[in-house]
Design a protein around this ligand. Sequence first.
Ligand code: PXP
Length: 249
Amino acid sequence: MNHHLRLGVNIDHVATIRNARGGSHPDPVRAAKLAVRAGADGITAHLREDRRHISDDDISRLSHEITVPLNLEMAATPEMLEIALRHKPHAACIVPEKREERTTEGGLDAVTGRQHLAPYVEALGEAGIRTSLFVEPEPAQLDAALALGAPVVELHTGAYCEAANDARQFERILTAATHAENIGLECHAGHGLSFDTVGPVAAIPTIVELNIGHFLIGEAIFGGLESSIKRMRALMDKARAETSGQRIA
Ligand code: PXP
């Protein structure tokens, strides 16, 4: 099946720049509203344990002020669960989190982490929050996500982006995205995607959402946020249209 490809814009690094000086500029909520006007289908924000970028107040304001679905990225901790249940975002993506890492360096291990993750997936699901697990593109991880009752997985594209010329990394994503559809999981992908790397991932017809942040915010320095999002949206649409054409032909 060829699904519409949604773009979730991650606005964490607008908050990173704000926090470099304290104060309130640049405002991630203003960026989120602009992202929606530029073509984002959803907004993603990661409330980290150390609050290095997004703050509790940002989540509260995003929950009230944006008109598109909010995807809250969160670690599986009691504190984050309590916050998610309080704000009830449209979606929550459970990610691994280590205090010392610069970014989310790999996917969750849903196989060995099953016992720990189970109550979080259950509680979020019971609250009506569409829950995804951020995992490495490995079929075993998807099977584990399904067994946990998560309706969605997000495939970590970091290794693919770092080694974009290594066909094996792309094959891992393609295989996992196909497996997701076969076992009935909705499939998202993200991490490290740029204008150069987005096309092949966007062309995979079983992926329905890409979450992209750091590159878009960085690129905004040169051409503006609206322009960087519109260009990303256009590259995604072009890649997806080409796949649809091939499938119809
Ligand atoms: N998806 C998930 C689950 C993430 O944790 C991140 C990074 O916060 C992204 C997507 C976006 O990655 P990037 O900022 O590299 O585009």
